[in-house]
Design a protein around this ligand. Structure first.
Ligand code: URA
Length: 267
């Protein structure tokens, strides 16, 4: 009986998106306990590839304005490997403490198309790769439908490189903190076109508040590193899994991408 109740509770947790324990023991906040007394030991200190003094600490980065502090530092990343190391050493984003892995990118660096999603989910967090869960499988099929493949033609990343607990939406502070890394990521990957998967990615990079229904389906200008990159916003594959009727519009977006790539001199 107790077992059945415990199982039902676990199932309910899963349905609510609570699928990872982030402390060694639960914290009963109704009794005034603090997480400090209950938390598991933090992750082991990372060996910094970037001089420790150069990277902001958690305390220094508590404000959303922290994005501005990161910009001069990310400029020092000379290539994608250096940027990845910089993120791996970046202690200030609290998400890294609840995530299992840093999810940096997948696909082909330097590919003509760079796809940008929102944030890793559970499977991405486990594997340390973007879009490898159910929505990633749909994304691969969508790409294949216009003759593109992750192994040959596209480069994929997210707004956030760590999974938000329970797959919640990134907060404004998290986005502000991580976006300078992403802008440098785009600069170093130097794609011919960007594709935003979902409204969160489009809004964060374009600095607009319009929803995906208004943004999708037309070529937009994304300012990046002193140049403007043509960008297409489309529905997030996770949304398409929940809303198959929207696949029709997604298909028209894919055709727009295919046409644009056909007109580019890709070297
Ligand atoms: N959803 C995203 O936005 N990114 C991923 O990597 C996986 C799911």
């Amino acid at each position: 009986m107790a077992e059945a109740a415990a199982l039902a509770l676990l199932r309910w947790y899963l349905e609510q998106g609570i699928d990872a324990a982030i402390g060694a023991r639960p914290v009963d906040r109704y009794r005034g306990e603090t997480a400090a007394g209950a938390q598991a030991p933090g992750p082991p200190a990372m060996a910094p590839a970037t001089p420790a003094a150069a990277l902001p600490t958690a305390g220094a980065m508590a404000e959303p304005a922290a994005g501005g502090m990161v910009e001069p530092i990310v400029a020092d990343a000379r290539d994608l490997a250096a940027l990845r190391r910089m993120l791996a050493d970046f202690e200030a984003c609290p998400l890294r403490r609840t995530a299992t892995n840093l999810v940096f990118a997948d696909g082909v660096p330097g590919a003509p198309v760079m796809l940008i999603g929102e944030a890793p989910g559970a499977e991405e967090d486990r594997q340390g790769l973007p879009f490898v869960g159910a929505s990633g499988q749909l994304l691969d099929r969508m790409l294949a439908s216009i003759g593109l493949s992750r192994q040959r033609d596209v480069y994929i990343t997210n707004i956030l490189p760590w999974r938000p607990p329970g797959n919640r939406k990134p907060t404004a502070a998290e986005t502000t903190m991580c976006i300078p890394f992403l802008r440098r990521h785009i600069e170093l990957a130097a794609p011919a076109v960007l594709v935003f998967l979902g409204g969160t990615a489009a809004q964060a990079l374009l600095g607009v508040s319009e929803g995906i229904t208004r943004l999708r389906g037309r070529w937009l200008d994304c300012p990046a590193a002193g140049r403007t990159i043509p960008a297409l916003a489309t529905f997030h594959p996770a949304f398409l899994l929940r809303t198959p009727a929207a696949k029709r519009q997604a298909w028209s977006d894919l055709l727009a991408l295919k046409a644009r790539l056909g007109g580019l001199e890709l070297g």
